[in-house]
Design a binder for this molecule. Sequence first.
Ligand SMILES: NC(=O)c1ccc[n+]([C@@H]2O[C@H](COP(=O)([O-])OP(=O)(O)OC[C@H]3O[C@@H](n4cnc5c(N)ncnc54)[C@H](O)[C@@H]3O)[C@@H](O)[C@H]2O)c1
Ligand SMILES: O=C(O)C[C@H](O)C(=O)O
Length: 340
Amino acid sequence: MVKAVVLGAAGGIGQPLSLLCKISPLIDELALFDVVNTPGVAADLSHISSVANIGGFVAAKGDFKGEKPETEEAKKQALTGADVVIIPAGVPRKPGMTRDDLFKTNAGIVKDLIVACAKYCPKAAICVISNPVNSTVPIAAEVLKEAGVFDPKKLFGVTTLDVVRAQTFVGEITGEKDPRKLTIPVVGGHSGNTIVPMFSQAKPSVNIPADKLDALVNRVQFGGDEVVKAKDGAGSATLSMAYAGFRFAESLLKAAKGEKGIVEPTFVYLPGVEGGDAIAKATGCEYFSVPVELGPGGAEKAINILSSANDYEKKLLDEAIKGLKTNIEAGVSFVKNPPK
Ligand SMILES: NC(=O)c1ccc[n+]([C@@H]2O[C@H](COP(=O)([O-])OP(=O)(O)OC[C@H]3O[C@@H](n4cnc5c(N)ncnc54)[C@H](O)[C@@H]3O)[C@@H](O)[C@H]2O)c1
Ligand SMILES: O=C(O)C[C@H](O)C(=O)O
């Protein structure tokens, strides 16, 4: 019996992500929670003739801060028994905004949802999509630490969309018809120049013409902005994110079932994952996205590919580390020294 929960399930990412979960043979029970509209989304998805039983749980009307007992009860029912929780709750960017501009609203949303996870499903794997991921994951870790239930092997910042973009954009250059065959590690964080694609470590190796490299790196780093601009005020990436979020959750579920050799880059708390200490020491960052081998317990091993970076990638990593440190610190202090 595998239970998956989507928090923020009525949103732009939440709905297509819930659809992908509903049709996955790996999920037996699916619970959708949002502050609005989940009964409708769940009723709609419930007519699909797939394996998963589905339930929609919604906050009390107008209760965006989760203050009413009915809202707490809805979270409890949604989360109890969860094996994996996927969180795309929170506001998206509009043109002209950075992901850090979302901190003000999303930090509190993520904090409250993780408080509920700590209470009702402390052993679940938690996948954080809500931006800014570089800060919301440290927020989640600090909340779980305070509750005494933090398992670093089970907390993941979802950076899979950066990997998916890198595959697609490289495929466009090399002519690879099925870019899924390309393994291209993307490390660091999930915003602007904290995103570092490591084309030197691609498998099979890829040949990027020197005159195209800067533009390619920039496109991976700022792919999110491309979508925000094209949507022109109507939000950010939702469909590609639902695909990426489901891909990551599916990898977790396959690894939990014992499938071997599953590796996905993801933003983790390094000191708690085997192999992570050396990366934390080398970067000076406790959180970093690196390729992680997944297993029945979650993050089994952090794979250190940073030491193989070429000179070009070393410079990108140096830039990334500067930004990441500030983002991580903002998340940690949001929980340790809450704003008055
Ligand atoms: N990690 C990534 O790669 C990545 C990619 C794309 C978007 N995102 C982020 O994902 C988030 C969601 O994006 P979206 O386009 O789906 O936004 P959206 O506004 O369409 O949907 C967000 C949903 O969250 C819900 N929500 C708000 N507060 C909530 C709470 N306290 N509890 C439960 N649900 C709550 C809203 O009601 C809404 O349905 C944004 O922060 C966005 O920046 C991350
Ligand atoms: O760009 C955004 O704000 C959303 C997301 O992080 C993305 O990379 O598409």
